[in-house]
Design a protein around this ligand. Structure first.
Ligand code: CUA
Length: 330
């Protein structure tokens, strides 16, 4: 009897290969770009191989119990066989793997404990990320939807939430940690080399949960210091006067801040240097010249249920002026 037809087998292979393509790229859990994520990747492979071996062993036992020689079948069904195979074997193998897992993860944690970490607070919001750089002098700089980190240094992320439970997941560098109301959970990581990777909210948090992404940008320490100094400064005076006028006349400054201007809203993402970010809408649109106009006019279509009120009343020329103003906020 032919159990699997060729067509079905081909379909199965296509699905498996397509799923595996998802393991590549900027949000890969297999990348292991730092000591913490490398330990997680190692643990994943050990668990995967152990599970495959155990599955093969169990399949062999099932085969023997169905079609094996009667002497072997009797051994398997004896009381001794049941105690050994049904209790001793699973208890020993699962306990060994569990203890090994704790050891590997503890070792990963120990690798990143440093006296003077770079401290960044990340607050989960529906449905974006408030990112606050905590400077050594006690001051803070707020940004959004992008976490910049220096390479080679321990990063201490203080994870909290402004509303519901979110989960901060940056697979290239670390495991995922929940953001729970009333708590600050810490996550330590180190980035080995410069690069850009993507993270994602990993706990269902309502409407736009699947569209709550962010980017992490690892930079050489000198580049990071220069970037942070620039990020810390206010926006330079606007050259795009018509766009600036529309921004304030439409009430944008009631929800968004642009440091250095009178826009000081605290509800939505800080826009002081929004023109220099990689994406808009928390990873929804690449930050290209046309993206601001797209976002302002169609954000409820691009990211349904997001909490920004609809602003679909601007004319094309007004959209262009607003875009020019926001783009210049680098
Ligand atoms: Cu935030 Cu899911």
């Amino acid at each position: 009897m032919k159990i699997i037809s060729h067509g079905f087998l081909r379909l199965y292979l296509v699905i498996a290969l397509t799923a595996m393509v998802g393991c590549e790229g900027e949000q890969s859990a297999f990348a292991g770009l730092g000591p913490v994520s490398s330990r997680i990747t190692l643990l994943m492979w050990v668990m995967f191989i152990a599970a495959a071996l155990i599955t093969a062993f169990i399949c062999l036992l099932i085969f023997i119990s169905i079609a094996g020689p009667s002497r072997w079948r009797q051994k398997l069904s004896s009381e001794q066989g049941v105690v050994l195979g049904g209790i001793v074997f699973p208890v020993v193998t699962l306990s060994t793997l569990l203890i090994y897992g704790f050891m590997v993860l503890r070792e990963g944690e120990n690798l990143v404990h440093a006296e003077n970490p770079v401290r960044i607070s990340v607050v989960g919001e529906r449905w974006w990320w408030r990112v606050i750089y905590l400077h050594d002098d006690g001051q803070t700089t707020e940004s959004a939807n992008e976490v910049h980190i220096p390479t080679g240094r321990t990063i201490e992320l203080e994870l909290s939430t402004a509303d519901v439970i979110h989960s901060f997941w940056l697979p290239a560098y670390a495991g995922k940690v929940d953001m729970v109301p009333g708590r600050i959970n810490k996550l330590h990581l180190i980035a080995d080399k410069p690069g850009v990777v993507r993270g994602q909210c990993a706990e269902y948090c309502g409407g736009a949960h699947a569209l709550m992404a962010f980017y992490a940008v690892a930079m050489l320490p000198a580049d990071y210091d220069a970037w942070l100094a620039k990020e810390r400064s206010g926006a330079k005076p606007a050259s795009e006067k018509e766009g600036e006028r529309l921004f304030f006349a439409s009430g944008c400054g009631g929800c968004h801040s642009v440091r250095g201007s009178r826009a000081n809203g605290e509800i939505g993402p800080d826009l002081t240097h929004v023109g220099g970010r990689l994406s808009l809408g928390a990873g929804i649109l690449p930050n290209e010249p046309k993206s601001f106009a797209q976002w302002i006019s169609r954000h409820q279509t691009l990211k349904p249920e997001n909490l920004m009120p609809p602003f679909d009343f601007f004319s094309e020329s007004e959209l262009q002026a607003l875009s020019a103003y926001l783009n210049a906020l680098e």
